[in-house]
Design a protein around this ligand. Structure first.
Ligand code: NAP
Length: 133
């Protein structure tokens, strides 16, 4: 059975995304670069499930060392997870994806960043209880 985890980074108020990108894209402070580096390290060799918008934001190099799968709302979460027995599967967003896969997620890895600006996608603490927002 797959080991299902979620990994995300949020701003001070739970900001997750802005116009299809990370809200803090272009920020130069070291914690932002460290977070991206850690994401690629932690997911190396594993499966990463993402919605279509997030999929399009993934750089080409990342596909070499991990299995990145674009998932759609037409797919059943249990059936998607069942495709990867004995693998570590990271659920990588966006929000509708985390809400749908929340009941299957065992580990949440959330990095809080010092970003305090705008967002159009937000973290929902209800996901941690295995329920969609
Ligand atoms: N801060 C972070 O850690 C982090 C991580 C990831 C993404 N983000 C940000 O989040 C934003 C992207 O998220 P998004 O929500 O706009 O788009 P998204 O990544 O495409 O994710 C949402 C879409 O996933 C699809 N989906 C797949 N399986 C689903 C299911 N079982 N139930 C419901 N929907 C499902 C749906 O599209 P269909 O109905 O078309 O299939 C849904 O609209 C970007 O700004 C990105 O940078 C941030």
């Amino acid at each position: 059975m797959a080991d299902v985890r979620a990994m995300c980074a949020i701003g001070r108020r739970g900001q997750l995304g802005l116009t299809g990108r990370m809200p803090w894209e272009g920020e130069q402070a070291p914690e932002y670069a460290a977070d991206v580096r850690r994401f690629w390290e932690m997911t190396r060799g594993h499966v990463l499930l993402v919605g279509p918008v997030t999929y399009r934001s993934i750089p080409a190099f990342a596909h070499q060392e991990r299995t990145i799968v674009e998932i759609r709302s037409s797919m059943q979460p249990e059936e998607v997870i069942a495709r990867f027995p004995d693998r570590i599967v990271f659920v990588g967003g966006g929000p509708a994806v985390w809400a749908a896969y929340a009941p299957l997620i065992r580990i949440w890895d959330i990095t809080r960043l010092p970003y305090d600006g705008p967002a159009d996608r937000w973290f929902d603490p209800a996901w941690l209880c295995g329920t969609g927002g």
